[in-house]
Design a protein around this ligand. Structure first.
Ligand code: IMP
Length: 488
């Protein structure tokens, strides 16, 4: 008989709900924070990472997610040169102006503007006349305050140029970014509009873009890992991620140990799903451990070889290891040691994210990001043919790193094709538009859940939250609408 047979069922996110707790007055959607500290010098403004998958993360995704305060992880299937080129481009993009910003015309209605704003996820958009002369700023917040009929002109609800106490404009297009940063800091405005001498819109700068855009690169546990790390670190990468389907082995242990002797950039090691796996990587010195096996949307690992673990149970076991490990470290005087935990695979709804964040410091997702315009997957039209025209896109190609299509041998511990068999599939996902508005909407849902639970920060959520298992019967009733005609 096996050494151990566990008869308790392993769990996943959708089986649980978060219980409300007392919400103090100051705890609101406006005040709660989704910031998460993954390691020293590595703080995300929003706790999301895009998967190190060839069909998910390339330059566009890493940039878009980085700008929103998350972290894109560049896959190992990219060559070292390609990874480095993307890191370089993102780092160069940091702290820049938005040249030729999206704008709307003064002849457009509120309804038209809202449609554009919703599509791109902008919270503010400049209003110009036919000569590109800047007239004012449409901001969602101001619009919510003053209201207005959808058919009214946008000029009715914009903040006009002459309401200058609210708008920060600068009339010298040669202004340097350092001066912009000072202006934004002094004025506490979150954006600056740059105009020419005839008030024509030149460019904009946003306070949030003044913060560094973070980006990560994945390495495998084989061959070129050291060269890859050196090239990426030289270029300014913020995190190295060991990307292997099973990191509970000598290879991952040795790399983490050696890496920590040489490099300062934080290292995330994974994936693991057991207490012992987490303990091993933490003892080797990993700053972050990544949890997940068999739960990915494109994953066939469980089907192929019956290995893996349901993700919430995996996460809870890793967290148990983390607590035990940190207690020992703190007891021996290593007070600053912290290990953060990223959960990876099987999360695609805000509800899943909420439950995951009651244990994990951050969430990695493939499927969720694959659906967006910025993903690296090929975009298809209604006939299933590739298209570059945004309005025609209906679906996006997705494939696992362990699929026949990607054949990322190293991720699955193969040294040559002779032993390879697929542990992932090639498929497609329904197109979901631009990333920013979707991410913002889900961030809002998470914040609202945190408010219900009376939690101001993700640390509060991890320390104070109570989640409760639902029976299949209650899940059918509680987690969806019921006894109604869903079409209306
Ligand atoms: P998703 O968010 O459910 O789509 O899961 C994404 C995660 O699945 C990735 O971050 C990887 O950890 C994992 N993954 C990627 N490709 C494969 C594969 O081919 N087989 C199994 N798991 C995979």
């Amino acid at each position: 008989m096996a050494n151990q047979i566990i008869l308790d069922s392993a769990r996943t996110f959708g089986e649980f709900c978060l219980l409300p707790d007392y919400t103090p007055k100051g705890c609101s959607i406006q005040t709660v924070s989704l910031e998460t500290k993954l390691a020293d010098n590595l703080v995300l403004r929003t706790p999301f990472l895009s998967a190190a998958m060839t069909s998910v993360t390339g330059y566009e995704m890493a940039l878009a997610l980085g700008m929103e305060g998350g972290l894109g992880v560049l896959p190992t299937r990219l060559s070292i040169d390609d990874q480095v080129e993307i890191v370089e481009k993102i780092k160069r993009r940091e702290m820049g102006f938005v040249e030729d910003p999206d704008s709307v015309k003064n002849t457009q209605t509120i309804e038209e503007v809202l449609r554009k704003v919703d599509k791109h996820g902008h919270s503010k958009i400049p209003v110009v006349d036919k000569n590109n002369v800047f007239l004012g700023m449409f901001t969602r917040r101001h619009y919510m305050e003053v209201g207005g009929h959808p058919q009214d002109l946008v000029t009715e609800v914009m903040m006009p140029l002459d309401s200058d106490d609210k708008l920060l404009c600068h009339k010298d297009p040669t202004i340097k970014i350092d001066a912009v940063r000072s202006l934004l800091e002094e004025s506490k405005h979150d954006y600056l509009v740059v105009l020419d001498d005839q008030n024509r819109l030149e460019k904009m700068a946003f306070a949030k873009d003044m913060k560094p855009i973070l980006v990560a690169s994945a390495i495998s546990t084989h061959k070129d890992w050291r060269a890859r790390v050196e090239a990426n670190i030289k270029t300014g990468v913020d995190l190295i991620v060991i990307d292997t389907s099973d990191a509970y082995n000598d290879f991952a242990f040795d790399i983490v140990t050696e890496y920590k002797k040489i490099f300062d950039v934080p290292i995330c090691a994974g994936n693991i799903v057991t207490y012992e796996g987490a303990m091993t990587l933490m003892k080797a010195g990993a700053d972050i451990v990544k949890v997940g096996m068999s739960s990915g949307s494109i994953c066939t690992t469980q089907r192929e070889k019956a290995v893996g673990r349901a993700p919430l149970t995996a996460l809870m076991e890793v967290d148990r290891a983390r607590k035990d490990y940190l207690k020992k470290e703190h007891d021996i005087g290593n007070k600053d040691r912290y290990v953060s935990v990223i959960v990876d695979g099987g999360i695609s709804s805000a509800g899943d994210m909420v439950i995951a964040l009651t244990v994990a410091d951050a969430i990695m997702m493939g499927n969720y990001f694959n659906k967006f315009y910025e993903s690296a997957g090929d975009k298809l039209n209604a006939e299933g043919n590739p298209t570059g025209i945004e309005s025609e896109i209906k679906s996006v190609i997705t494939y696992g790193e362990g699929s026949e299509h990607a054949r990322n041998l190293e991720r699955y511990g193969h040294t040559d094709m002779m032993t390879f068999f697929a542990e992932g599939v090639l498929s497609k996902v329904e197109y979901a538009g631009r990333m920013k508005p979707n991410l913002k909407a889900d961030a809002l849902r998470i914040k609202a859940a945190m408010v219900n639970a009376g939690c101001m920060t993700l640390t509060d959520l991890r320390e104070k939250a109570t989640i409760e298992l639902m029976s299949q019967y209650s899940r059918d009733i509680v987690s969806t609408t019921h006894d109604i005609d869903n079409k209306r």
